[in-house]
Design a binder for this molecule. Structure first.
Ligand SMILES: *[C@@H]1O[C@H](CO)[C@@H](O)[C@H](O)[C@H]1NC(C)=O
Ligand SMILES: *[C@@H]1O[C@H](CO)[C@@H](O)[C@H](O)[C@H]1NC(C)=O
Length: 368
């Protein structure tokens, strides 16, 4: 890393920390800055929906997952503890992510619609076909339909819609796109006759349609995670002889990010009341992995739980190797961050400068 850019990073760190400590947000009586949080997307946000998909092989409801979760319980989160959706929900004043949609009974659903629901499903992407090689996933379109159904059944039910959390003030968290790109790179789970730019155009236009559908259902405040250095996960590093990052994947992620940024700018100018914050995943991941010690990480390459080369050759299972210094690992397993890294991402998204989340941060998304 050139000295100039490391100075820039140090400057960014200072700015980030300063803004994290900035002015307080107006809190409700429960200490929450948003009435509800609705969560959509992939395994970065899944809190147990896939536990209920009998044919899915993308699961984490067994040890060592959850080893640092309260009670040491595996919940379906791909983490040693809480994941990014949890840490973001905590920032808004909730105890954790809202519950997994598929875990809710009808009575619980009626209650949950006031505080939020998590629809995220590990392995899913933006495109319908993404994740199909994993047996079963809830695609983004299906997640949005579940949300629609939840709203419909509630409005049709005995409760008046007046009691429902105001959707226009609720936060809609989305983590999507990396599985589409992993699939495209491996070309075993995507339309393989497309060029990279055609594929990214396809993803972007599909995602625009999904955001518009959510808007039509009442969503106004979108907090979008943004793709980071997806080619630097242990699972991808092991594909290179040197153990370095897969540069193509990082490049695809950046291309998608730039295309999505344009789409969001246009959408918000065309749709009254729409607000969004897009995480600069690329910048966040670069900052952390180029100066790990600044953030308390000693290991930013190998997974904490896994097996084989870089402990990145297979998922975290009960027979996998488990590291003891989980606090100082960046990767939990072959694809996912540790709880420590998840907390840091959430902090950057919630309180960061426009270099980390733009045009506003996730905290500002909840304001007024
Ligand atoms: C939501 O569900 C209702 C009732 O099933 C349906 O009429 C409507 O088209 C759905 N909306 C969207 C955006 O899919
Ligand atoms: C790719 O193949 C699909 C189905 O065979 C077809 O519909 C699509 O037009 C093709 N795309 C390109 C860019 O050739």
């Amino acid at each position: 890393m050139a000295e100039g850019s490391s100075q820039l990073l140090t400057a960014l760190v200072v700015v980030v920390l300063a803004s994290v400590m900035a002015k307080p947000v107006l809190m409700s009586s429960e200490g929450r800055s948003a009435p509800a949080v609705f969560v959509f997307g992939d395994s970065l946000f899944d809190v147990g929906n896939n536990n209920f998909l009998p044919l899915s092989i993308a699961k984490a409801d067994f040890p060592h997952n959850g080893v640092d979760f309260p009670g040491g319980t595996p919940t379906g989160r791909f983490s040693n503890g809480y994941n990014i959706a949890d840490c973001l929900a905590k920032s808004y004043g909730f105890n954790a992510s809202p519950s997994a949609f598929l875990s809710l009974t009808e009575a619980q659903l009626e209650k949950s619609i006031h505080e939020g629901i998590n629809f995220a499903s590990a392995g899913s992407g933006i495109l319908e076909i993404t994740g199909s090689q994993l047996g079963e996933v809830i695609s983004m379109d299906a997640q949005i339909q579940y949300f629609n159904t939840s709203l419909q059944s509630f409005t049709a039910g005995r409760h008046s819609s007046a009691r429902r959390a105001p959707l226009s003030k609720s936060i809609f968290l989305i983590s999507a796109g990396s599985n589409d790109l992993f699939g495209f790179y491996q070309s075993n789970a995507s339309p393989s006759n497309l060029t990279t730019s055609e594929f990214i155009t396809l993803m972007t236009s599909k995602h625009r349609e999904q955001l518009r559908t959510l808007y039509s259902l009442g969503a106004r405040r979108f907090g979008i995670m943004g793709l980071g250095l997806i080619g630097c996960c242990p699972s991808q590093r092991i594909l290179t002889a040197s153990g370095g990052c897969v540069a193509e994947l990082n490049d695809y992620a950046l291309q998608f990010h730039l295309a999505l940024k344009k789409v969001l700018g246009k959408l918000s100018s065309m749709h009254k009341g729409m607000k969004y914050s897009l995480g600069e995943g690329h910048t966040m991941a670069t900052m952390i992995t180029s100066q790990p010690l600044t953030y308390g990480f000693k290991e930013v390459t190998n997974a904490c739980c896994g097996c084989g080369r870089l402990d990145g050759q297979f998922a975290c299972t009960p027979i996998a190797t488990l590291c003891t210094d989980r606090e100082s690992h960046y990767f939990w397993d072959w694809f996912h961050p540790t709880e420590t890294a998840a907390k840091l991402f959430a902090k950057m998204l919630y309180g960061g400068t426009p270099e980390l989340a733009s045009p506003i941060n996730f905290r500002e998304l909840a304001e007024d």
